[in-house]
Design a protein around this ligand. Structure first.
Ligand code: PGA
Length: 261
């Protein structure tokens, strides 16, 4: 796991965009894992700008989102399908139908979850997964207690996650669905490269646990310690809990130029 502390959200976005552009140069039909939430937004802005400038194309790429609310009517503006379309997919040049999302209104939820995992496998797996992290250590909607080998499935959201997300539902916690479909921790762990982005002091404890805590379902993101290629991009505020911070900075400073992230 590589930890890179950046000065702020823009510097993080440049790093993420560089990694996506480099991947698409090497593999134009790459499969991207796309997170929703606030953390990846500056990266999506950066990529949309580069795409508009002709510096990168998503025309042959495909994408899979991580999660979706259960029970929102299709097309609801806060469904993650609508959010990723609005905030990223519609701003770059993906082909029609190139980005898939779990179907939270499917009549047979377990079948829809299995079909989603199968579709990721059929696409050859995710080459680069962009991830955020919740203050409670969740990744996607894998709340504390999630099996570290879980597959895409239905989960109950914690009260805290519903409170955090109520800002998108007019401040009404009860308007936030209680259930979601989410890629499992086992599903996410199959991505070949994972870039996790965290900014702000309210993420510092989750980042500390992710990087230096014991692997535990109590902090689901800690499963990433078992992955061979994870890049953690944080700002100074999110890095404050890290005991080995000086080592991570020194490692970056001395890193060979050829190595990339
Ligand atoms: P955020 O959410 O990027 O909006 O902070 C991250 C998450 O809850 O996974």
């Amino acid at each position: 796991m590589e930890v890179i502390v950046e000065s702020g959200a823009h510097a993080i976005a440049v790093r993420v965009a560089d990694a996506v552009c480099e991947l698409l140069r090497r593999k134009p039909d790459a499969v991207l894992g796309l997170a929703t939430g606030g953390s990846p937004l500056p990266s999506y802005d950066e990529l949309a700008e580069r795409c508009a400038a002709g510096l990168v194309s998503f025309a042959r790429a495909r994408g899979f989102t991580l999660d979706e609310y259960v029970g929102l009517p299709p097309g609801h503006p806060e469904s993650y399908r609508a959010v990723i379309d609005r905030e990223f997919v519609s701003r770059v040049d993906f082909g029609p139908g190139a980005v898939a999302a779990p179907d939270g209104s499917a009549p047979d939820i377990p079948a829809a979850c299995r079909a989603y995992d199968d579709a990721i496998s059929a696409a050859g797996g995710v080459d680069l997964q962009i991830l955020g992290i919740g203050a409670d250590g969740h990744i996607a909607f894998n709340e504390p207690g999630s099996s570290l080998s879980s597959r895409t499935r239905i989960k109950s959201l914690t009260r805290q996650t519903r409170v955090d997300n109520s800002r998108f539902f007019g401040g009404d916690v009860d308007a936030v669905p209680a259930h979601c479909l989410t890629q499992g921790l086992g599903t996410i762990s199959e991505a070949r490269h994972i870039i996790l982005v965290a900014t702000g002091a309210n993420k510092a404890e989750a980042v500390r646990q992710l990087v230096e805590g014991p692997i535990s379902a109590r902090w689901p993101a800690t499963v990433l310690q078992l992955h061979q290629h994870v890049t953690v991009l944080v700002d100074e505020a999110a890095a404050t809990g890290l005991e080995l911070l000086d080592y991570y900075r020194e490692t970056l400073r001395l890193k060979p130029d050829w190595q990339g992230i």
